[in-house]
Design a protein around this ligand. Structure first.
Ligand code: AHG
Ligand code: MN
Ligand code: MN
Ligand code: MN
Length: 333
């Protein structure tokens, strides 16, 4: 099989004008290689003493897992000296991380959720890393939060690494979505899923049903239709999955279709949802749209939202366009 490694794929993309520049190519390779090391730590688990609680909390109000912090620090250490970035931001850090003065500044901003689905790590269920790349303001030193608050449509690239039965990188730079499988023997990501597409029709939905009593009426109605099977208005049966790792849900939808939902609920009326816009919803929405799907907050396209805070939350409905359009229309009623 003519193996196309990530390095070769990115060089070809740059030559074909499908990747902005060599700096972005090197940045993606740096992130991918760091995720190989994160995956090693995830795979070694108890043997490496990386499971369990860190004993600290994050800006989200969550108790951090050791691997939340370890993965975060690995991404900072691997990227801070490269000259590709002006600053970084993460689910696990209150404020942006400026590139230390000792290192050259670069043209990009890197945002990440270093370990997504971390409630699963201690019970050996798939977790992942999500990342988003924005352009830094030209020639500006002293990057501030406001410099990160760019619409999802401005992303230069976005991707995730899923630490599952296979370790897979899924990536877009605005010219489709491509999937790479890690060859543990060589440490190289190899192109195995070129031009991934979200299947047109959905047979599965993903939502945390335990929150049903807290949902708003449009979501109650939409999920009720999904549950009513062949005799209901949808005229077909749906299956349900909930992994509690967004990366795993999005990957399943890219591979076999479906719709993923984390709606606003009444448990905390001040929150429009649980998931974070800048380093979960925006990168995943970019990927899903590039694969022919749709991503909405119930009222409009997630990628069009003007961010107001680095850790702001957003309701998420993403996957098969038909389904996302349906649930969005119900919100308009
Ligand atoms: P994180 O582990 O990075 O905090 O994200 C977890 C998110 C997302 O991955 C998943 O879809 C969702 O939380 C699960 O939420 P519930 O535990 O409420 O089901
Ligand atoms: Mn978290
Ligand atoms: Mn997450
Ligand atoms: Mn996380």
């Amino acid at each position: 099989m003519n193996r196309i490694t990530l390095s070769r794929f990115l060089l070809d993309a740059e030559r074909q004008g499908q990747l902005a520049d060599a700096t972005l190519r090197e940045l993606i390779l740096t992130v991918a290689n760091t995720c190989v090391a994160i995956g090693d730590a995830v795979n070694r688990g108890a043997l490496a003493g990386v499971l369990g609680e860190a004993g600290t909390g994050n800006v989200q109000g969550e108790d951090q897992k050791k691997l939340d912090v370890i993965a975060n620090d690995m991404l900072l250490e691997a990227n801070e000296w490269t000259g590709q970035l002006a600053a970084m931001a993460s689910e696990e850090m209150d404020d942006p991380y400026p590139i230390p003065a000792a290192y050259p500044q670069g043209p990009y901003l890197l945002l990440f959720d270093p370990l997504d689905g971390s409630s699963n790590i201690d019970v050996n269920i798939s977790v992942g890393t999500i990342f988003s790349v924005l352009r830094a303001p030209e020639g500006k030193t002293g990057i501030e939060v406001a410099d990160f608050l760019q619409r999802g449509t401005t992303q230069a690239a976005a991707g995730y690494v899923l630490y599952g039965p296979q370790t897979m990188l899924v990536l877009t730079s605005g010219h489709g979505v491509n999937g790479f499988t890690l060859d543990h023997g060589t440490g190289q990501f190899v192109l195995t899923h070129p031009l991934m597409r979200v299947p047109e029709t959905a047979k599965e939905f993903a939502i945390n049903m335990s929150n049903q009593r807290h949902w708003e009426a449009p979501v109650q109605r939409y999920v009720g239709e999904l549950l009513s099977g062949k005799t209901g208005p949808r005229g077909k049966d749906f299956n349900m999955r909930w992994v509690a790792s967004m990366v795993a849900e999005v990957h399943r939808i890219l591979c076999r279709g479906g719709v993923f939902m984390y709606p606003k609920d009444s448990r905390d009326p001040s929150r429009p949802g649980k998931l974070r816009l800048m380093y979960e919803a925006n990168p995943m929405s970019f990927i899903i749209e590039q694969a022919g799907g749709a991503a909405s907050n119930g009222h409009g396209r997630i990628l069009d939202l003007q961010p107001e805070g680095l850790h702001q939350r957003v309701a998420v409905f993403l996957g098969a366009r038909e389904e996302v359009d349906l649930v969005t229309a119900l919100h308009a009623d």
